[in-house]
Design a protein around this ligand. Structure first.
Ligand code: NAI
Length: 342
């Protein structure tokens, strides 16, 4: 018997409950030892508790230090800050790990195996923004302040470099815009080069590239990259680009790793355009669950889950609409559970 592992479960908004149900069915079939503490957040949190991040949800994560979450919508208006950003801050989830690997071959790009490591707490995401009114126009000028610190950059870069070593990665690319934002992203580049020279030289190759050139190179020849590490905003944009290389957002998982907790989720949002239709692709959240199994030192269960996803998509050819198939979420889940059981 495996030791029980308490996990906070946040089904989330839109397609969240649908893909969470699919993921729970797969984890049940695997007999994963998770004990779920179901909590609410996002729009559901506002509806039920008047808060997109209710206290019992935060208390639960404080207790379990582990969460699996569906996408959360931030209500527009009402002055709410993004629940996702608040969760990252609350639990100091400084590293956002977003792997992208080809599972369904034959797409525009084949055999992709990339990892984006994104700084999750600093940069232009800190929300220090304001308008300057001029001549009766309240929005005449918009200003935002970005903050990157040496300590924050080093902590994230160290995580990325350790990840590269632990996973046998050959190359890490620092993505920046230090030619223009010399201080804001220069500190990240400078810290990365210094850390590599001091501690990691020879353990993998390190190079650096300006973010706009990186976007072009990713589309022309993504195979030249291995691990990409960047500041908050660039990392966010590039990880969506990289998800597009492997079949879109339905295939992209993410892990938010921190000092106080780890939260696993799909990269995509609540997909309001398809919510409730039973057609969402649960693969991204399933892959996030596989990352969570690895995080909990259950690599055999993670490998079985990944193999079952692969077989369902490629041998059984059961695919949801975003992958060009016709299967509903329920039909995909049924086929996946049969693969796990078989
Ligand atoms: P989105 O990722 O929800 O949807 C973009 C497009 O991808 C839509 O056409 C959608 O149908 C499709 N899509 C996304 N996931 C899919 C899946 N699993 N299967 C099939 N198709 C899928 O992005 P959008 O529309 O910009 O955001 C909607 C809401 O989600 C917003 O309120 C946003 O703030 C929130 N959001 C939450 C995130 C989180 O909780 N981590 C991340 C991104 C957005």
């Amino acid at each position: 018997m495996l030791t029980a592992i308490p996990v906070t479960l946040i089904p989330g908004d839109g397609i969240g409950p649908e893909i969470v149900d699919a993921t729970l069915a797969a984890l049940d079939a695997l007999k994963a030892p998770f004990v779920w503490d179901r909590q609410i957040a996002g729009l559901e949190g506002v509806r039920v508790a008047g808060d997109p991040l209710p206290k019992p949800t935060l208390d639960s994560i404080r207790r379990t230090r582990l969460a699996l979450k569906g996408p959360l919508e931030t209500p527009s208006g009402g002055g709410y800050r993004s629940s996702n950003v608040r969760l990252r801050e609350e639990f100091q989830l400084y590293a956002n790990l977003r792997p992208a690997r080809t599972i369904v071959p034959g797409g525009r790009f084949d055999k992709i195996d990339l990892v984006v490591v994104r700084e999750n707490l600093e940069g232009l995401y800190i929300g220090h923004e304001h308008y300057v009114p001029i001549d009766g126009d309240p929005h005449a000028v918009a200003m935002a302040t970005g903050v990157n610190t040496r300590q924050g950059s080093r902590r994230l870069l160290e995580y990325a470099f350790e990840y590269a070593v632990a996973n046998g990665r050959k190359k890490v690319t620092l993505v920046h815009k230090a030619n223009i934002m010399k201080a804001l992203t220069g500190i990240f580049l400078e810290t990365g080069l210094e850390l590599y020279g001091r501690k990691y030289k020879g353990r993998f190759e390190l190079d650096s590239v300006i973010v706009d050139a990186c976007a072009m190179k990713l589309v022309l020849n993504p195979w030249q990259f291995d691990v990409l590490v960047s500041t908050n905003l660039f990392g966010d944009i590039l990880s969506d680009l990289v998800a597009g290389l492997v079949g879109g957002l339905g295939m992209a998982p993410g892990a938010n790793i921190g000092v106080d907790a780890a939260i696993f989720e799909a990269v995509h949002g609540s997909a309001p355009d398809i919510a409730g239709k039973g057609i969402a692709n649960p693969t991204a959240l399933l892959l996030a669950a596989a990352m969570m199994l690895e995080h909990c030192r259950l690599p055999d269960l993670a490998a079985r889950l990944r193999q079952a996803i692969d077989a369902t998509l490629n041998v059984d050819q059961v695919r949801t609409g975003d992958l060009g198939g016709k299967a509903s979420t329920a039909a995909f889940t049924k086929a996946l559970v049969a693969r796990i059981a078989g």
